[in-house]
Design a protein around this ligand. Structure first.
Ligand code: DGL
Length: 261
């Protein structure tokens, strides 16, 4: 019998933040065929009204299913997952792995029981996120920090036009609370763009904290779901698709090459 073809995994985000999830997923299943879909024509999702965003996500993903016939879809975007995962699963048969704020592990590992959730303004205000806090953070003080600019700063960083330290610091400083002699010791990176700026966060942070990036856990979940598709030899070059149809600038192409594109 000829060997089974490698699974096709579609990794989806509003922009390039999902690359932080893609790189971990590719480590877990290097044999898979990857299509990375950036809905940059809709970026940023964090400021789009909910109804319009759900309609857009269903449409973009529906089209990608028709074009690429993926075996599994990673919604590598908290803003999309916390809003549309339920509808996506109801409408399409393909398995979805979502990205939602890692509040449970953050509270479990926090020593001071003071954590922050840093995401888009949309993600931190969603009922989905509030429900996670009610369920898993009863013994923790949780600061919800919605950033209007960090995802765009991460895109700019990859395009070779980084934001200044002062601009980055202004977005992350509300995470750092020191009250009742308990300091924030864990920050949940609740937007997939933010690990792209992690070195910069560390540099401007007023004190050292654990930054929780959910990508390794997402990659493990993908590997679990594909356990019946035995891994073969490492696959070929991943494909990247921009819904805007744009061609990356030379600076962006250089950054994308570091992710294997
Ligand atoms: N990468 C996205 C997330 O994880 C959001 C960025 C945006 O489009 O606002 O939430």
């Amino acid at each position: 019998m000829p060997p089974a073809p490698p699974p096709t995994i579609l990794v989806f985000d509003s922009g390039l933040g999902g690359l932080t999830v893609f790189r971990e997923t590719q480590k877990a299943r290097p044999d898979a065929r990857y299509v990375y879909l950036a809905d940059d024509a809709g970026f940023p999702y964090g400021t789009m009204p909910e109804e319009a965003l759900i309609t857009r996500i269903l449409h973009v993903i529906g089209k990608a299913i028709d074009t690429h016939a993926p075996d599994l879809i990673v919604v590598a975007c908290n803003t999309a997952s916390t809003l549309a995962l339920k509808e996506l699963r109801a409408r399409y048969k393909v398995p979805f792995v979502g990205t939602v704020p890692a509040i449970k592990p953050a509270c479990a590992q926090s020593q001071t029981k003071r954590i922050a959730v840093l995401g888009t303004q949309a993600t931190v205000s969603r009922e989905y996120t509030r429900a996670l806090i009610r369920e898993f953070a009863a013994d923790c003080a949780v600061a919800l920090v919605g950033s209007p600019r960090l995802a765009a700063y991460a895109e700019a960083e990859l395009a070779g036009v980084p934001a200044t330290d002062a601009e980055i610091a202004a977005e992350i400083l509300p995470c750092f609370l020191d009250e009742e002699r308990r300091r924030t010791d864990t920050v949940v990176l609740a937007c997939t763009h933010y690990p792209l700026l992690l070195d910069r966060f560390r540099r401007v942070a007023p004190w050292s904290v654990e930054w929780l990036d959910p990508a390794p856990a997402i990659a493990r979940r993908v590997a679990d779901l594909l356990h019946d598709r035995p891994a073969g030899a490492p696959g070929g070059k991943p494909e990247i698709v921009f819904t805007s149809g744009r061609a990356p600038s030379p600076a962006l192409a250089h950054s994308l090459a570091k992710f294997g594109f």
